[in-house]
Design a protein around this ligand. Sequence first.
Ligand SMILES: *[C@@H]1O[C@H](CO)[C@@H](O)[C@H](O)[C@H]1NC(C)=O
Ligand SMILES: *[C@@H]1O[C@H](CO)[C@@H](O)[C@H](O)[C@H]1NC(C)=O
Ligand SMILES: *[C@@H]1O[C@H](CO)[C@@H](O)[C@H](O)[C@H]1NC(C)=O
Length: 276
Amino acid sequence: MEYIGATGVPVTFKSVPIDDNIDFHFILGFAIDASPSGEPQDGTFSPYWVSTLTPASVAQIKSRHPNVKALASLSGWSLGDKVLRWYDPEDPDRWISNAFASLKSIVESYNLDGIDVDYEKFHSRRGRSSPNSSTFAYCIGELISLLKNQTVISVATIAPFYTTVGPYMDLYGRYRDVIDYVNYQFYTDRVRNARGFLDTFRLRSTQFDAGKLLPSYEVGGRGIQGDAFFDALRLLGRSGFGVNGVMIFSADASAEDDYYYERKSQAFLLNSTVVL
Ligand SMILES: *[C@@H]1O[C@H](CO)[C@@H](O)[C@H](O)[C@H]1NC(C)=O
Ligand SMILES: *[C@@H]1O[C@H](CO)[C@@H](O)[C@H](O)[C@H]1NC(C)=O
Ligand SMILES: *[C@@H]1O[C@H](CO)[C@@H](O)[C@H](O)[C@H]1NC(C)=O
């Protein structure tokens, strides 16, 4: 899976190399519960990914590659200069109902298959209003359940990182049955070598199920870099962890090196697949 469209670069789906023998998820960044100036909208989400990712281009990449799915990622770090944070809605059930209606409309107009949950901040600037993480778990868990049981979406993923593990563990603990993958942002742990990556993966697999946990890579970013990432994947395999996928952030940055990590990750995953 790969994030796309969050940085303003006029990126397109069709330039990303896709092997037809693997499940490939594009995660569009981001659908945000905010007005263009960053004011919360009580659960009414709008798409803020780059305008080159049109509904027609989603339809085209999916018809060219039937193994492609497209997901809308919820929130992300910021909208323009405004840092986004989870807020406890006054009326959680009204928030869920607004979120359901707005996401249903986005999913239908863009022909999407799912959502990714990427709330990244849970406290106000001065740490004064510390939200109740069980409200986050309730709102997001019920929203995913409803989107799935009304067959609006078929896939749901979550993207915790080291400072947000708490609220995501609450969510996962209560709603694991409707969460398909945990694309944990391993690069935020800033581990630089395969051995350290394995230790971190082992820790995160005690917090989320190992079978749903995906190793991840930030192109030109933090954490493990270069081919050491593939050493880490091999070490995970040798240490008894099935590598069931990879998350890459992001297509926006990858165009510069001709999608080296996308190509190599897909080759690695296909090579390590045991055909039963
Ligand atoms: C958090 O929310 C839950 C469910 O709404 C409630 O039972 C609990 O008392 C709340 N905790 C705090 C500290 O407000
Ligand atoms: C769908 O999920 C919602 C939220 O959890 C729940 O209230 C509702 O009963 C479910 N409906 C069906 C048909 O399972
Ligand atoms: C595929 O697997 C073989 C045997 O484990 C290994 O020698 C080779 O380097 C792998 N290729 C890739 C692209 O990972």
